[in-house]
Design a protein around this ligand. Structure first.
Ligand code: GDP
Length: 302
């Protein structure tokens, strides 16, 4: 048995350190998390994500020894921030421009999926604008041949950002429109094809099959889900459903300039494992921002 009197100076120091330590108990974590949990739910983070975070914090912190006087509440909040960052930070960060330029055979094909009203068409125009500013040639495929007015709407946006749209008539095969857009890009040496797909208000069998066919025909390099941050938990369900039909590689969350604190970003990343690439922060074509995990965590905690 070592005591304070015997032992080397190193051992003495270790002994005193031990005396000064307390263990973090499950109760400490539970209490601190109860409060933080309310903040997360108020920020629209889905319950299943909140529960996963709670488990993670318990795992990381319960039983850990800290120095007497350590602010446990602060420690737990820091642990929570870290766990949130972990969910949001993709294993491999996607640098879109880099990715597009590194593709050997042009064009790079991006298919956009999402429900009506989520901001899909506006987002495509914003992204087209951003890509052009980065020196890339872009064409848009008007593959929503279902919803009345969809083709004119995408044409109007495209006109304003100076990008050509490839279209057929309403009722035409969306995959055929996308295919033509790719041929157009190949012939003109354009870098990127953005495919606007149909939204509907529910993901039924038809829409699933349509998405699958577009994916089969165009072999997109990237499938981006566009979700409305104001849609709360239902946007997480949408992301899951689309992800079952076609694998989603990235997410753009719109309307973050509005009230929502954007917890959906966290829930979606957690639910489908895809990174948030950009967020929409307004109705203008410049209102698209690369997603920054740290900025987001600050926003969640208000
Ligand atoms: P779509 O049906 O998914 O193609 O949706 P739209 O692109 O037509 O967008 C629906 C509405 O949301 C339009 O009034 C857009 O201006 C608006 N919108 C899209 N993105 C944003 C955003 O980031 N912020 C705000 N405030 N409005 C947006």
């Amino acid at each position: 048995e070592k005591t304070l009197e015997k032992g080397t100076p190193e051992e003495k120091k270790g002994f005193i350190e031990k005396l000064l330590q307390v263990e973090i108990k499950e109760k400490d974590v539970e209490e601190a998390l109860d409060e933080l949990e309310i903040e997360l739910l108020e920020a629209d983070v889905a319950l299943e994500t909140v529960e996963a975070l709670r488990e993670k914090i318990n795992e990381n912190l319960v039983g850990k020894k800290v120095r007497i006087g350590t602010n446990k509440g602060k420690l737990i909040e820091d642990g929570l921030r870290e766990a949130i960052l972990e969910i949001l930070t993709p294993e491999k960060k996607i640098d879109l421009i880099e990715l597009i330029k590194s593709k050997e055979e042009k064009p790079f094909v991006i298919a956009f999926v999402g429900f009506n009203g989520s901001g899909k068409t506006t987002t495509i125009a914003k992204l087209a604008h951003w890509l052009r500013k980065n020196g890339l040639g872009v064409v848009i495929a008007a593959s929503d041949t279902f919803r009345a007015g969809a083709i004119e709407q995408v044409e109007e946006h495209a006109r304003r950002v100076g990008v050509k749209v490839i279209k057929h008539s309403y009722g035409a095969d969306p995959a055929a429109v996308a295919y033509d857009a790719i041929q157009h890009a190949k012939a003109r040496g354009l870098d990127v094809v953005l495919i606007d797909t149909a939204g509907r208000n529910e993901l039924n069998r038809n829409l699933m099959d349509e998405m699958k066919k577009i994916a089969r025909v165009t072999k997109p390099d990237l499938v981006i889900f566009v979700g409305d941050s104001l849609a709360g938990n239902s946007v997480v369900e949408q992301a899951k459903q689309f992800n079952e039909a076609v694998k989603i590689d990235g997410v753009i969350l719109t309307k973050l300039d509005a009230d929502a604190r954007g917890g959906a970003a966290l829930s979606i990343s957690h639910a489908i494992g895809a990174p948030i690439l950009f967020v929409g922060v307004g109705q203008g074509y410049d209102d698209l921002r690369p997603f920054d995990e740290k900025w987001f965590v600050e926003r969640i905690f208000g």
